[in-house]
Design a protein around this ligand. Structure first.
Ligand code: APR
Length: 232
């Protein structure tokens, strides 16, 4: 079976009703990145940051995977698929994808604020725990925090992601503006023989000399078109 890697971003979940970050009306227009997505922001106002992610977590319960997520899961019938996602939602999982690398963390998990990547203190939250408050403690006694990779923090899963991209026969990039590194640099690790597709309704600036087949459509329509091309 050919190895296919999907690299997804916020646009993958847009049709499920989750805002992207950098489109007009996107999340970073309403909430400054420095306030809600940096260690410094958390240090200055933990309550604001916890509320921001509590809201995202609550929203996750009210949304569903869209056709795009479902078609990504369907790729597993024909390919050996790895999904590398920048998204912190669990919509790929809920659509049935089996092998998912979350580069930027997961909304449904919480961790230690002293050492966010200490696996002993990373825990899956049950819905009753979705509201994290100031004073809630991780297993090491530090303030519990969302298991999210903030700006300025290391991206521990990147090395694993690179290994999968290096093995890819096909790379499918969906719904990411490719603004944020190291994720945006992943496509440069695709081997020369790999076919690269990019599905996005808007133009994406790609800093790479690789040949990329662009499908200028939303995630659902774009994935349907890609599957039709594969099955031709
Ligand atoms: N289908 C597919 N793509 C879409 C759709 C759609 N229906 N709607 C919008 N898009 C595209 C936009 O055109 C844009 O290229 O999704 C992309 C979203 O880009 P960003 O908002 O920048 O999101 P992303 O690239 O995932 O951001 C990367 O930045 O803020 C951090 O950690 C956060 O993981 C995030 C990272």
């Amino acid at each position: 079976m050919k190895k296919l890697v999907v690299l997804s971003g916020a646009g993958m979940s847009a049709e499920s009703g989750i805002s992207t970050f950098r489109d007009t009306g996107g999340l970073w227009e309403k909430y400054p990145i420095e306030d809600v997505a940096t260690p410094d922001g958390f240090f200055k106002n933990p309550d604001l940051v916890l509320r921001f992610y509590n809201d995202r977590r609550k929203q996750l319960m009210s949304v569903k995977p869209n056709k795009g997520h479902e078609l990504v899961a369907e790729l597993e019938k024909d390919f050996d698929v790895t999904v590398i996602t920048q998204n912190v939602d669990n919509l790929h999982e809920r659509a049935g994808s089996k092998h998912i690398i979350h580069l930027h963390g997961e909304l449904t998990k919480a961790c230690s604020s002293r050492n966010p990547n200490d696996s002993r203190y990373i825990k899956e939250l049950i819905p009753e725990e979705y509201e994290i408050k100031v004073g809630d403690k991780a297993g090491d006694g530090s303030q519990l925090r969302p298991y999210i990779v903030w700006f300025g923090e290391a991206v521990p899963r990147i090395e694993t992601a690179v290994q999968f991209v290096k093995q890819a026969d096909i790379l499918v990039i969906i719904g990411t503006s490719l603004n944020v590194y190291p994720a945006a640099g992943l496509l440069n690790y695709a081997p020369d023989h790999a076919e690269i597709y990019l599905i996005d309704p808007h133009e994406v600036q790609v800093s790479s000399s690789k040949t990329i087949e662009v499908i200028r459509k939303g995630a659902s329509e774009g994935m349907a078109e890609l599957l039709a091309r594969f099955r031709k």
